[in-house]
Design a protein. Structure first.
Ligand code: GUN
Ligand code: ZN
Length: 437
């Protein structure tokens, strides 16, 4: 007998990219039920529709959870975040390369201790879920035990999570280096242990071109050939000094992306964080190869890295998701991150509609990660990951929510004013997430 629960609330999700639509609700790229019902059977979406009509069709013994005037949206997806950097979020005064030396590497050194890794991983997963993030693509550290810790924590909470051991064998502190051989072997063992278990997937994770020798990048390419369905997760063209250093370090390359391309790292399932300082030729190559960009606005503002060009990514038809990039980013909330995408685009004389933001944090992100067959919206048989939004405890947010004229307006004020207090709960595979572990 299957276990069926129905959730009654206002319900909103994307059916496809609404960014170019004048009226997404009218043309059906976005679907909204003011009084909706999401029926979940055995952890999967069974049906979605207007509550009154659906309730008449459901057997009378189905449990109905009434969420009142709250808003249900699909679980948010953070396409790029560093769990070991949670303790150095909001560290003052540096841009990328100095920030790595001064803050990130010292924080990551502590993950040699598996107990520390376990404690941080548990805290991190709980914070993701408190913020409505039900899927994340995560950097661990160079230590294999840091990967065990984050996968174990995610698995306890039933989260969908992609992670990998950082590969770095040069241009970083001696005690944080692996070698091409140990990096390959440890990654291989972690893939065998974790990839495809529960809702977990492995990402081969060279930190960025600067911290890997050519031999290490070659070994990363070898892993992708041997395990074609794992991800590749790295950084690309975030900061101008970084781009200049990559050009010096790989003098034969035509561009930063060309370094990764040379070693077979640009393909479907490759996830490149930032992608700011680059040309359309490379964007087009990414699109052709099926690789994805991650727009990390709060990090780009905080580290002074630059302004992501979403219009160019769209023009070149590249897959794009959004990421918090904590600890360079300043919040784990993907709602606030979507608010920051809007601000960055304003500075770049571009815009993003409220529904366009929703797409970037849900179905668009799922597409970037090749997970749109199982998450991202409430299509039948997808995994029932969702969050329940309500006005936060702040007087101004409550007032703004009550004054919202349309559902787009209500959603948008969540992006700008929202924080984890507005989450009436995250659900993974249909279960209240924080009660699971
Ligand atoms: N580039 C290489 N490593 C990092 C990192 O840890 N954070 C960010 N934002 N960029 C990077
Ligand atoms: Zn990053």
């Amino acid at each position: 007998m299957s276990e069926v629960t129905a959730h009654r609330a206002s319900i909103l999700h994307c059916l496809r990219d609404p960014s170019d639509d004048k009226d997404p609700l009218a043309v059906g790229s976005v679907e909204y039920f003011e009084d909706g019902l999401l029926v979940v059977a055995d952890g999967y979406v069974d049906r979605l529709g207007p509550a009154e009509a659906l309730l008449k069709e459901l057997p009378s013994n189905v449990k109905v959870v009434e969420h009142g005037d709250k808003l249900i949206i699909p679980g948010l997806i953070d396409c790029h975040v560093h769990y070991p950097q949670i303790d150095i979020i909001a560290s003052y005064g540096e841009r990328l390369l100095d920030w790595l030396e001064k803050y990130a590497y010292p924080a990551e050194r502590k993950f040699a201790d598996p107990e520390h890794a376990k404690e941080v991983a548990k805290f991190f997963v709980q914070e993701l879920l408190r913020n409505g993030t039900t899927t994340a693509c995560v950097f661990a550290t160079v230590h294999p035990q840091s990967v065990d810790a984050i996968f174990e924590a995610a698995s306890k909470y039933g989260m969908r999570l992609i992670a990998g051991k950082v590969l770095m064998d040069k241009n970083c502190p001696e005690d944080l280096r692996d070698t091409p051989e140990t990096g390959y072997e440890q990654s291989r063992q972690l893939i065998e242990k974790w990839h495809g278990r529960d809702r977990l997937s492995y990402a081969v994770t060279p930190r960025f071109a600067i911290t890997s020798s050519e031999e290490q990048l070659r070994q990363a390419g070898r892993l992708l050939k041997e395990y074609p369905d794992v991800y590749l997760h790295t950084h690309l063209a975030e900061n101008e000094e970084e781009v200049a250093q990559v050009a010096r370090q790989f003098p034969w390359s035509c561009s930063y992306l060309d370094v990764y391309e040379h070693f077979g790292l640009v393909r479907e399932g490759s996830v490149f964080a930032h992608c700011i300082h680059m040309h359309d030729d490379d964007r087009k190559l990414m699109a052709r190869k099926g690789a994805a960009m991650v727009f990390c606005p709060s990090s780009n503002l905080f580290l002074g890295s630059g302004l992501f060009d979403l219009a160019a990514a769209r023009r070149c038809s590249v897959r794009v998701g959004a990421g918090s990039d904590v600890g360079g980013g300043t919040t784990l909330s993907m709602l606030l991150t979507l608010g920051d995408t809007y601000k960055v685009l304003q500075l770049n004389k571009q815009s993003l509609s409220p529904f366009g933001g929703l797409y970037l944090g849900t179905l668009g992100a799922a597409r970037a990660l090749y997970l749109d067959n199982c998450i991202g919206n409430f299509a039948e048989r997808k995994e029932a990951d969702f969050l329940v939004l309500e006005a936060s405890g702040t007087a101004i947010s409550r007032r703004r929510w009550d004054n919202a004229a349309t559902i787009a307006d209500r959603l948008f004020c969540q992006f700008v004013l929202g924080d984890n207090r507005i989450s009436g709960g995250s659900f993974v595979s249909g279960e209240p997430a924080l009660t699971l572990a």
